[in-house]
Design a protein around this ligand. Structure first.
Ligand SMILES: *[C@@H]1O[C@H](CO)[C@@H](O)[C@H](O)[C@H]1NC(C)=O
Ligand SMILES: *[C@@H]1O[C@H](CO)[C@@H](O)[C@H](O)[C@H]1NC(C)=O
Ligand SMILES: *[C@@H]1O[C@H](CO)[C@@H](O)[C@H](O)[C@H]1NC(C)=O
Ligand SMILES: *[C@@H]1O[C@H](CO)[C@@H](O)[C@H](O)[C@H]1NC(C)=O
Ligand SMILES: *[C@@H]1O[C@H](CO)[C@@H](O)[C@H](O)[C@H]1NC(C)=O
Ligand SMILES: [Ca+2]
Ligand SMILES: [Ca+2]
Length: 939
């Protein structure tokens, strides 16, 4: 387990590793502890759901892997999104060590118990609120942040030394006592005996079960309060002062390293406990969605649609394709996990509609109509910005329009969001052959296409994301929408994606491996000729209407689709054109990769932090690559490939275990680049390399000579201005840098418009964001701060996500009151009564309330028991929920889960063993009872 500061254990580990590697006997770190807790709880949730649905569940083999758990959950198509969720949560956890290295509260150092718990409980409220709004990215970010202090508690405090065998459940509640915390003036430690620190906590502290934790400071000669324990270790200067030595259990080599495994296992149990609390508040299905596990596909179906007057044909095409996708895919493994629509017009855009209900989505799409729009240009980029900040990461968005963008000024913000969310954007641009309101020219019967210079903006955005710009007439549009159907496959992978602008003759290669099905090539461009050569050397030209390699092809507008015969090996594509073109080879395969740029942090505390920005130009950079879809696959090569040129820079791959690979690259290409991963999958025993695969990122990335950083709390209170300090550093020439700050919710924002930065220096300022008072809890807001160097050649940005959470005063769970219980079950029913238990019944009634100060009962569900549960609101009082339950005696126990509106969770259990139970109720309640119960139960 890592320390309060950047994973102290990392320093004890070998070569600059994040400590991902698990080899037997090695210490456990935050990453492994987090992953372990997530996998454990996810397995339990999937098992509970299977039981509730009456389906079989087989536990995966231990140790669990994300692949095996997704398989056991019956959701093999979710392995990629599950892996992504786990990686994101763990990176956010590790970030705490880097961002809040010297803030003792985040690590339960220096007896900051109250402060540490507040970080956890405030964050937990934010997670629950985010889940209620289906804002899962925000929920994951916060889960990672609060798991860090929670895990540190077991390493940095004396909880384990006090002999506790279970985690401290009070760390995830705010209304209870954490324990008996040592007074400021109370001594807690004595000197260690030389290297032996196994006995340095004072006896009275242990005997009186007093909680303490270690002091930590890296500044030479730092002091600590008299008699207090230190964290310990080479970096901790306080541990060199009396009382000398420390108490941390971060690794086997720590002062209390003999308790490392106990502390790490307790931290895993505490991680599970916190996740279990989130699960109970959210419900099983929502919890799984937070973890990226979906019944069908993990993909979103996401449209951004121009609804101005000329768009009625396009809207019809969207209605048709939506219906067709929903009709053919609902209930299958390709069913989208979420449906998103952002309409845009002029002067308005939005609102964003996000639903998991296909019927509701169909209705929304079907109610779209084309009106208004004023002048020729529309707010397409504003609509796209909204979609990008709300779609799950790695989504694919389709934008329909026939007009230029009116809001070009947010182009860089849109590119920033594309890069950060790794989302592909395709533009479906229609021209019109009918009377066009936009251009009252004489020859309005002619094809009207948007001007090339206007289309260029869309091409640039498509290029950044690895998407296509499909330009067709309105009557051709329905044919072109086949690309939407292709993209909805949950296992779509990119084999190759390239663009030449201006066009030139060039040869491209891609590998089709054994796992790839439905290999398909898309080409956009006008007058493009090609020769396709298969691995066996057969060839087919664009002019050959029939041939051995292309099983079906379709050409509409500037867009060509070629379905290839499946043949394993290296394919070659020779392109001939003087016009610009894009080439994209896709297929379906379970094997794919995920990656993040990570930065090695400098200074005393080394570690890796995921970037929210463009990576730095001219210096070395690292990537964290995860393979998904196979537990046996391995990465052999990672290359940064210039998108339009030919430069390729190969990285050094370091396996980290659990399908993760750290890749170090000396330098980033100076132009836009994609990430290409080659690997092998093994099979059989002994393991033989059998499959060689190659995948590529769709997104085109760029480096920058600017660095922009912003560190702030991630919870925003409605009505209170929220400050985000940021700083901009340049490696190059100084001057006035243009600053743009935008958010996706149209919250009020104040920001400087420029910032003077000296050559090779940095400067700082602050952006202030205000959420209106009526903003619902759990809303998330994405803030993008951009800095543009003088001359506009270089820009960088930072993309930050915050959760809006209202102040909460309800910290208590709803309570149950048993109204009646009637049972015909035999009291000492054991094995021999199994014959007749089915024919006897027991039933009960319960009243659930959340107290006078409470937020109200939100949800009542059955946690245990195989009977029938009915809930209703009491007549005339929406604050009382009445529950009736009846079950056969074969299921003699039941447990209710009762959740209030802010996610406080209680449980109430009952058993059939009492034959009849009737409460004397105050008269007031009688009327409620009479309406809700059998009269016969009342005496
Ligand atoms: C960064 O600066 C170097 C040296 O001045 C320059 O060659 C390079 O093009 C710059 N990169 C970007 C992305 O602006
Ligand atoms: C930067 O802007 C400030 C105020 O707008 C101006 O006074 C200053 O001369 C500018 N500096 C440069 C180097 O352009
Ligand atoms: C900028 O940084 C300096 C030094 O770190 C700090 O004193 C100052 O408050 C910062 N200003 C803003 C606006 O954040
Ligand atoms: C629950 O009840 C159903 C029918 O009443 C029965 O088929 C099933 O086996 C029971 N399940 C358990 C776990 O008792
Ligand atoms: C229900 O609770 C809310 C909030 O505590 C309160 O405002 C409301 O008056 C209550 N309703 C009834 C019928 O008691
Ligand atoms: Ca307009
Ligand atoms: Ca409550």
């Amino acid at each position: 387990m890592s320390s309060g500061l950047t994973a102290l254990c990392l320093l004890f580990l070998h070569t600059g590793a994040l400590g991902f590697t698990i080899t037997p006997g090695d210490s456990l770190n935050h990453l492994e502890i987090t992953e372990s807790g997530i996998l454990d709880v996810t397995v339990q949730v999937c098992r509970a759901l299977a039981q509730a649905e009456g389906t079989d569940f087989t536990f995966p083999a231990k140790p669990y892997t994300a692949e095996a758990v997704a398989e056991a959950c019956g959701t093999p198509k979710s392995t990629k999104s599950f892996r992504q969720a786990i990686t994101f949560i763990t990176l956010m956890n590790i970030r705490v060590d880097i961002r809040y290295a010297l803030n003792a509260s985040f690590h339960f150092d220096e007896e900051m118990f109250v402060q540490g718990r507040k970080i956890i409980t405030d964050g937990l409220l934010a997670v629950k609120a985010s889940n209620k709004q289906a804002n899962f990215e925000a929920a994951r970010q916060k889960v990672g942040e609060i798991l860090h202090p929670l895990q540190d508690f077991y390493s940095h405090s004396n909880w384990v030394e006090l002999g506790n065998k279970l985690p401290n459940s009070n760390l995830i509640r705010s209304d209870t006592s954490i324990g008996n915390i040592a007074d400021e003036s109370r001594a807690t430690c004595r000197n260690c005996n030389d290297d032996d620190c196994s006995n340095n906590i004072l006896e009275d502290i242990i005997q009186e079960r007093v909680l303490t934790s270690g002091y930590f400071n890296v500044v030479p000669f730092s002091t600590k309060p008299k008699g207090k324990c230190s964290h310990g270790g080479a970096l901790d200067q306080t541990s060199k002062k009396e009382p000398k030595g420390g108490i941390n259990k971060d690794s086997f080599g720590s002062n209390h390293g003999y308790l490392h495994m106990t502390a790490a296992n307790m931290a895993i149990a505490a991680t599970s406990g916190l996740l279990e609390d989130i699960r109970r508040a959210a419900g099983d299905k929502t919890f799984l969605q937070m973890m990226g596990i979906f019944k069908g596909s993990s993909k979103a179906l996401c449209f951004v649609i121009d609804t101005t007057k000329s768009m009625s044909d396009d809207i019809e095409a969207v209605k048709t394709v939506t219906s067709s996708i929903i009709n053919s895919e609902v209930g299958t493994e390709n069913e989208p996990s979420v449906y998103i629509l952002v309409p845009f017009n002029d002067p308005d855009f939005g609102p964003l509609i996000k639903t998991a209900d296909p019927k509701a989505f169909k209705n929304v799409i079907n109610s779209l109509s084309a009106t208004g729009g004023g002048d020729e240009e529309e707010l397409s980029l504003s609509g796209l910005q909204l979609a990008l900040s709300s779609a799950p990461p790695n989504s694919e968005i389709f934008l329909f329009t026939d007009a230029p963008a009116k809001d070009r000024q947010i182009k860089n913000t849109v590119i920033a969001l594309i890069e950060r969310t790794q989302t592909v954007v395709n533009f479906m641009i229609s021209g019109s052959t009918t009377l066009n309101r936009r251009r009252r020219s004489q020859d309005n019967q002619k094809l009207h296409r948007i001007a090339d210079s206007d289309a260029q903006l869309y091409r640039d955005l498509a290029q950044a994301s690895g998407g296509l710009v499909i330009e067709v007439t309105k009557s051709e549009l329905p044919v072109a929408t086949s690309i939407i159907t292709d993209s909805s496959s949950s296992s779509l992978v990119t084999l190759l994606q390239a663009r030449r602008n201006p066009g030139k003759t060039d040869t491209f290669y891609f590998i089709v491996d054994e796992t790839v099905t439905n290999p398909t090539v898309y080409i956009t461009g006008r007058s493009v000729r090609f020769t396709l050569i298969s691995p066996k050397g057969e060839s087919q030209q664009s002019t050959d209407t029939t041939g051995p390699l292309i099983t079906a092809s379709q050409s509409v507008g500037n867009f060509m689709t070629l379905r290839l015969k499946k043949e394993v090996g290296l394919w070659e594509m020779k392109m001939v054109s003087t016009n610009s073109y894009t080439l994209k080879a896709i297929g379906q395969s379970p094997i794919d990769f995920l990656f993040d740029f990570v930065e090695e942090t400098q200074g005393t505390f080394t570690g890796y932090d995921a970037l929210d920005t463009r990576p730095r130009a001219g210096v070395n950079v690292s990537l964290l690559v995860s393979l998904t879809g196979s537990d046996s696959a391995t990465v052999t090569e990672v290359t940064l490939v210039e998108s339009s040129g030919s430069e390729e820079i190969k990285g050094v791959v370091e396996p980290q275990g659990s399908g993760n690979f750290l890749v170090h690259v000396d330098r980033i290409p100076s132009l836009e680049f994609v990430v290409r991963v080659k690997g092998q999958d093994y099979s059989g025993t002994p393991r033989v390399p059998s499959i060689v695969f190659q995948r590529q990122s769709s997104i085109n990335f760029r480096a920058s000579n600017l660095t922009i950083t912003a560190i702030s709390n991630s919870i925003l209170v409605p009505g209170t201005p929220f400050s985000v300090p940021f700083s901009v550093t340049t490696n190059g020439v100084g001057g006035n840098f243009t600053i743009r700050a935008t958010n996706n919710r149209r919250f009020d924002i104040t920001s400087p418009t420029s910032l003077f930065v000296e050559t090779a220096n940095s400067a700082n300022n602050t952006v202030t964001l205000s959420a209106p008072l009526n903003t619902p809890s759990g809303t998330d807001v994405t803030l993008t701060i951009e800095a543009e160097a003088p001359g506009g050649e270089d820009t960088n940005y930072v993309v930050l996500r915050f959760s809006v959470v209202n102040t909460v005063t309800d910290f208590t769970e709803p309570v149950c009151q048993l109204l009646s219980l009637q049972s015909n079950c035999s009291n000492n029913c054991s094995r021999n009564c199994s014959d007749n238990c089915i024919s006897s019944m027991w039933e009960l009634s319960v009243r659930v309330t959340d107290g006078a100060e409470g937020t109200g009962v939100d949800r009542v569900s059955l946690r245990q028991g195989n009977g029938t549960l009915n809930t209703s609101l009491a007549a005339g009082n929406e604050n009382i929920t009445l529950v009736s339950y009846s079950s056969s005696c074969c299921s003699p126990n039941m447990e209710l889960l009762v959740v209030d509106r802010v996610g406080n969770v209680g449980t109430c259990s009952y058993t059939s063993s009492v034959s009849t139970y009737v409460i004397q109720l105050p008269l007031l309640c009688l009327s409620i009872l009479v309406s809700g119960l059998h009269l016969g139960l009342l005496t």
